[in-house]
Design a protein. Structure first.
Length: 360
């Protein structure tokens, strides 16, 4: 399919060139088609999937599972561009949970991203539509992550935004983004007048492989809950073999529907360190350590609140565009939020998983 489309565009470009005068330097349209797929098997040592998976996309036990098939088309001409990114499968349904209320069948289809862009200048680009969030370290497409299972911060932060944003190249080292969006994870919000504001400041060092991002998001959701979230992401490739990633986030909530005198501010926060080791071009290892605090009991815990420490070790074995990902994960909570197969509540959950991703 990709080869056929490329051939058609090449033929069209040749015919256009023959009809142009010698002074016509119009740039031919640019088209790109890419895609990916992922599958996995997971075994939970508590013996059940019930109440043992508190993060996104891997809620299963002793089962072979299909993740997501993605197809992404990109086209640009002069200063305009469009991106259409479609997802098929259980992972896509969970990502677009407001559009796909029941993703348990695994047959879900979702528009992960769809936006048009226009370059106002060489340094400013405006985009209108729906796009993956700027907040956080991990991404929805499995092949773009070095751990197959997801962090708590990814799972309870925003997934995507729908609105308008401006990406600005401030200098060769600094970039910025500012946007206005629907309430988080909603592609349509005509039933509410609430909007979110998002922003990002990025820094890329010129002499060392260091990247830093400071992200912000604030607004009211559909029920009038005011949210502020500040997020930091940093990556540093220390050597060819050894690299580091770090993510920290802090999110607050306040119910504006009640009087200020009785209004309570609640929050959750977390941080995660990613240690990446690339022994060869084919073999790599990533260790993720995460601390997630939910002391007000608004995400993972009941009203009494608590915290989770999670450690994940994932091997990455690459054969061309295919990556095999054996993984071990242990989650230890301050309260008994997990469950054994006999119904007994426990404070930890361990599992092994093997995932496979392919992209083109």
């Amino acid at each position: 399919m990709k080869r056929m489309l490329t051939t058609l565009f090449a033929m069209g470009s040749t015919m256009l060139a023959m009809s142009q005068s010698a002074t016509d330097t119009t740039t031919a349209p640019a088209f790109k088609l890419s895609g990916s797929a992922d599958v996995y098997y997971k075994y939970n040592f508590n013996g059940t999937a019930t109440d043992n998976n508190k993060t996104s996309f891997t809620n299963s036990h002793n089962s072979f599972e299909l993740g997501m098939v993605s197809l992404k088309a990109e086209h640009s001409f002069k200063k305009g561009s469009i991106v259409a990114d479609l997802g098929f499968g259980k992972r896509a349904g969970e990502f677009s949970y407001n559009d796909v209320p029941d993703a348990s069948t695994g047959l879900s289809m979702a528009i992960k991203q769809l936006y048009v862009g226009y370059e106002l200048t060489s340094k400013v680009k405006i985009s209108l539509g729906s796009y993956a969030t700027h907040v956080g370290y991990e991404l929805v497409d499995a092949y773009l992550n070095r751990n197959y299972s997801m962090s708590y911060m990814f799972s309870y932060g925003p997934f995507f935004h729908t609105g308008v944003k401006a990406d600005i190249a401030l200098s060769s080292n600094f970039s910025a983004m500012i946007g206005v969006f629907n309430p988080t994870d909603l592609k349509s919000a005509s039933f509410t007048g609430h909007k979110y504001i998002g922003a990002q400041l990025g820094y890329t060092a010129s002499k060392i492989p260091l990247k830093l991002y400071l992200n912000y998001l604030e607004g009211k959701d559909t029920s009038g809950i005011q949210n502020h979230q500040i997020d930091f992401v940093g990556t540093y490739q220390v050597t060819k073999v050894f690299g580091l990633g770090y993510n920290a986030t802090y999110s607050t909530y306040s119910n504006t529907a009640v009087p200020k005198s009785t209004r309570e501010n609640v929050n959750w926060w977390g941080n995660a360190l990613y240690v990446n080791l690339d022994f060869t071009e084919k073999v790599g290892l990533t260790v993720r350590g995460e601390y997630f605090s939910d002391k007000d009991g608004i995400k993972v815990f009941a009203r009494d609140g608590g915290n989770v420490v999670a450690g994940t070790v994932t091997l990455n074995y690459k054969v061309g565009n295919l990556t095999i990902m054996p993984e071990f994960r242990l989650d230890k909570a301050s309260a008994e939020i997990f469950q054994k197969s006999d119904g007994k509540a426990v404070d930890q959950s361990a599992n092994v998983l093997i995932g496979a991703t392919y992209h083109f």
